[in-house]
Design a protein around this ligand. Structure first.
Ligand code: PHE
Length: 469
């Protein structure tokens, strides 16, 4: 096959790799988490800190994972052992456990997006009134006996179809359609929103640094760092697996810079899309007391925004439809990357054919996903540490990802040696000018910062509010 290098599938070029990694990075985190955090932590203050962090720490972690993958030519599960350090195989297992448990519940949320997409299509084309009361709609949907399970299966099936076609014919092709469409929709929506009457106030709210409302600087930094982590799909084995398909002649640092730039661009753009509409809506008095209420996660996406769309009259359902198309594409490409990291791990470890591995991963995603899908409805009695399954998986992953990231830094900084990663970066024939910076970051700065996120997550889990973000 033309797309192979040393017997392993490979991307057809630098652009295909960057597109795939950016497609993984750009997801729900950009669309619902970044705007919410920016609104919460003083607008421009948060944005500036986020930019600074992603260009330093984010860049270093991304280069590290991609280079490990390309060096080992293995997915995360077997990469550490393949680099001559079998004692570190446990880290491969940990890095595989993360997507193993995130994928099933991410697909449940993907299913929610499918449901909203269908509801807006019905409203826009057939005048359905299913979304007349978004909160009741959401609560009834997640508690319904079958609907969340069925939509999860639809979403999972869509990702599996892409994966079964392989790296080049499946993932690359899907990205070639989904990513430009996603960008186009995001830019168009941001322009539409900027033209709404009163949008200026919202844009100011988003961009102008507000030192009085951002609170403790430490918290802003922690919030930005946690967000950057999730947003760049770090510590989930994905960038290692995707790096393992990268051609030797392509540049790792250049790719990393482009991935960070694309991911940050879409995050900042989402703020332009979401914050002004919520601010305009709130100051129109539709929200209690005209107070700006930019919610986190599901609340923002599945309740606040639908309420805003409702207030926009005839344009509302169409905007809703376009917006949920965007969210659907972003969620699909992220789920595809997680599925690929698992499929590759099963192929590398058990030496089975791709389609068998896809079937296994699909079965796993549906079986474990059903716990989360039914967790607010027919199995609502099912709790882990007092949390519904979806929330429990989410909370545990927030703890496990910093552990994996810190261990990767320790492995590279103190066992493998930063030089090996830098040498891998130089394989493309370029001079790498950030050697000292890289070594200091990966040995000292990155592990310490990552441990700070870990402590903050643990505090949040155990509700020591003073220390958590
Ligand atoms: N990076 C994705 C985002 O910003 C999230 C993601 C999580 C992707 C886990 C893959 C795996 O939403």
């Amino acid at each position: 096959m033309a797309a192979e290098e040393n017997g392993r599938a490979s991307w057809s070029g630098q652009l295909a790799f960057v597109l795939a990694a950016a497609a993984s990075a750009i997801g729900l985190g950009n669309l619902w988490r970044f705007p919410y955090l920016a609104a919460k932590y003083g607008g421009g203050v948060f944005i500036a800190i986020y930019l600074a962090l992603s260009l330093t720490l984010g860049f270093v972690l991304l280069v590290t994972e991609i280079a490990i993958g390309r060096y080992a030519r293995q997915s995360q599960l077997t990469a550490f052992g393949a680099l001559g350090h079998p004692k570190w195989n446990f880290l491969g297992i940990l890095a595989t456990v993360v997507p193993l448990f995130i994928l099933p519940y991410y697909n449940v949320i993907g299913g929610w997006v499918v449901r909203y997409f269908a509801a807006y299509a019905g409203t826009a084309f057939a005048g359905a009134t299913t979304l007349a009361d978004p909160k009741t709609f959401f609560d009834a949907f997640v508690a319904a006996p079958w609907a969340p399970f069925v939509t999860m299966c639809v979403f999972t099936a869509a990702t599996l179809v892409v994966i079964v076609f392989g790296v080049k014919n499946g993932i690359e092709r899907a990205n070639l359609v989904l990513m430009p469409a996603l960008l186009l929709i995001a830019v168009a929506l941001a322009i539409y929103v900027a033209a709404l009457p009163g949008a200026g106030e919202g844009i100011r709210y988003y961009l102008v640094p507000d030192f009085s409302s951002c609170g403790n600087v430490g918290k802003v930094v922690l919030g930005a760092m946690g967000q950057m982590f999730y947003s760049l799909s770090l510590a989930m084995g994905i960038m290692i697996t995707y790096g393992s398909y990268m051609r030797r002649r392509d540049s790792v640092p250049k790719a990393a810079v482009r991935i960070v730039a694309a991911d940050t661009f879409v995050a900042v753009l989402s703020g332009f899309m979401i914050i002004p509409v919520v601010v305009v809506f709130a100051s129109a008095g539709a929200e209690e007391g005209g107070k700006v209420a930019i919610d986190a996660g599901p609340g923002l996406m599945f309740e606040t925004l639908p309420k805003v769309f409702l207030s926009l009259g005839a344009a509302g359902p169409w905007l809703g439809l376009v917006f949920f198309t965007l969210v659907l594409f972003a969620a699909l490409t992220s789920s595809i990357s997680m599925t690929e990291a698992l499929v590759a791990a099963v192929c590398d470890f058990f030496k089975v054919k791709r389609h068998k591995s896809v079937a296994l991963v699909g079965l796993w995603a549906v079986a474990v996903g059903s716990l989360s899908a039914f967790g607010y409805g027919r199995w609502s009695g099912l709790k882990a540490f007092g949390l519904p399954p979806l929330d429990f998986f989410d909370a545990s992953m927030n703890i496990l990802t910093p552990v994996v990231a810190a261990l990767i830094c320790v492995f590279v900084g103190w066992t493998l040696g930063p030089r090996r990663i830098l040498a891998e970066c130089q394989r493309s024939g370029e001079r790498v000018g950030f050697r000292l910076f890289y070594a200091v970051m990966v040995k000292f700065v990155a592990p310490l910062l990552v441990i700070a996120i870990l402590v903050s997550e643990i505090c949040r889990m155990f509700k020591f509010r003073g220390w958590s973000i």
